[in-house]
Design a binder for this molecule. Structure first.
Ligand code: HEM
Length: 453
């Protein structure tokens, strides 16, 4: 980390120059992973550049990131860039909201993620996975990312809202696809929010389709309230003054949980499956653990403490391929980081992708090596050198849910199948809000014989 001695007033950290008018936006949009990694490696722990939207500061040291997300978190909001990208999709749900609205609604939703509640979701998670595997035929080629998206969507809808959404999986999936493709569009980044670009029109139409599905889910729950599903909880919640939540706010919270709660976990699974297909020795070790612990049984909550290698595989995959590759914040008052003043309204970027691949914290950082997560390794890292779920008060609300789901799904799938990547498939990732593959990841699924097991 650069030393924190005070800099001259107005001095900015080093960084890429960029082009007139568009700054570094073109370079970023063309290859975000390359741009953010090069910036970190060339300019150090804090880099700066000017973009049309204002100054940008990229933080590449865990201590600087900890300051923004944890120690001085009250001085930061998600900011204009975040709202511009996700506002049209998730509205004012807890991913986007700030201040009192955020605090109240996070508090209302939190009980659904209590460890005791999450424990109860385990059996449903493996049931849904087995239902998916029931559609797989030995030797067939499957669109693995699509499969993971649909199973994680079913799981989050059943767990949090107590509904089966079979008939809506396609509508939700295609709306999400529209959102993600549109957020990558250069015109959306460069043109002011009011300009009706074709991709903004597509986002609006996708949002309308999604709203219809979510409104229908809410209406069903209003007619037939459940005991502890999130929609019923929100419908019965009242503020200090006794007023109920507005329909629009409930819809935004439900949409947020549906989207944030399935695509990230689906990505962690798809990217783990990709990594395993490239590392047969890791897959062998994983399968050996599954065979010895489970002996052919479907995994349960009680097995997880023994599935230590499975857990390391998931951890390592989220290190090398963090499903959320970077996050942004904006200071509401000037802050000082690394001796430099960060002005109000600047965009502060922190990239899991960059920090998780920093050779200062990880030996041979590009290797997929679950064995690096020996007991004590995580504790030996600087606190924010591993932050797939972010940190501080805005840390992911679904982290435990996601880790449970990822381990159970992986165990259930690899116990039964060996997955072989179709030759010639490249892993080409978008870097918008999530690290979503630009193209499907097709894999041929081979049923493991009883004798292999
Ligand atoms: C591997 C899976 C997941 C990853 C990597 C992940 C990652 C993240 C990250 C990095 C954030 C912080 C975003 C920011 O600060 O801008 C976040 C927030 C959030 N996540 Fe997750 N997430 C995952 C799964 C889930 C699940 C399963 C749910 C719900 C069922 C969920 C719901 C949310 C919500 C609602 C927020 C906003 C929390 C707040 O601001 O109070 N996520 N997630």
């Amino acid at each position: 980390m650069s030393d924190d001695t005070t800099r001259a007033p107005g001095e900015t950290p080093p960084g890429p120059d960029g082009l007139p008018l568009v700054g570094n936006q073109l370079a970023y949009v063309r290859d975000p992973y390359d741009f953010m990694t090069r910036t970190a490696r060339e300019y150090g722990d804090i880099a700066h550049w000017e973009d049309p939207g204002g100054p940008v500061y990229q933080l590449n040291h865990p201590e600087y990131i900890e300051r923004v997300l944890v120690q001085n978190n009250q001085n930061y909001v998600k900011g204009e860039q975040f709202q511009r990208t996700l506002g049209p999709v998730t509205g004012n749900g807890i991913l986007n909201s700030e201040g009192e609205v955020w605090r109240r609604n996070r508090h209302r939703i939190q009980p659904a993620f209590h460890p005791d509640r999450i424990r109860n979701y385990a059996e449903m998670m493996t049931d849904e996975t087995e239902a998916l595997l029931g559609d797989w035929a030995d030797g067939e080629t499957r669109p693995v990312h699509e499969d993971m998206m649909s199973v994680t969507l079913r799981i989050v809808a059943r767990a949090l809202f107590g509904v089966d959404i079979d008939e809506h999986v396609d509508t939700i999936g295609s709306a999400l696809e529209e959102f993600m493709v549109a957020t990558e569009s250069l015109s959306n980044v460069v043109l002011p929010p009011g300009v009706p670009t074709p991709s903004r029109r597509r986002i609006r139409r996708a949002r309308e389709r999604l709203d219809r599905v979510v409104t229908e889910m809410i209406a069903k729950r209003r007619e037939d309230p459940g005991e502890d599903d999130v929609i019923s909880m929100l419908l019965s919640a009242t503020g200090d003054d006794g007023t109920a939540m507005s329909d629009d706010q409930i819809r935004d919270e439900v949409t947020t949980l549906l989207l944030a709660g399935h695509e990230t976990t689906a990505l962690s699974l798809t990217l783990t499956m990709y990594a395993l297909s490239q590392h047969p020795e890791v897959e062998r070790q994983l399968v050996a653990e599954l065979d010895s612990v489970l002996d052919g049984r479907t995994p349960t909550m009680a097995d997880l403490s023994e599935l230590t290698y499975t857990e390391r595989v998931v951890k390592e995959s989220m290190r090398l391929y963090p499903p959320v590759p970077g996050i942004v914040r904006e200071p509401v008052k000037p802050d000082v980081i690394g001796g430099y003043e960060i002005p109000t309204g600047a965009t502060v970027r922190m990239h899991q992708w960059v920090v998780h691949r920093d050779p200062r914290w990880y030996d041979d950082p590009l290797a997929f090596d679950p064995d690096r997560w020996t007991d004590g390794f995580e504790e030996s890292l600087p606190k924010l050198a591993y932050f797939p779920f972010a940190a501080g008060p805005r840390r992911c609300i679904g982290d435990r849910f996601a880790l449970l789901e990822a381990r159970l799904l992986l165990a259930t799938v690899y116990q039964r199948y060996h997955l072989e990547l179709v030759p010639g498939t490249d892993l080409d990732l978008m870097a918008t809000v999530t690290a979503r593959p630009k193209h499907e990841i097709p894999m041929t699924v081979h049923r493991r014989e009883a004798t292999d097991q």
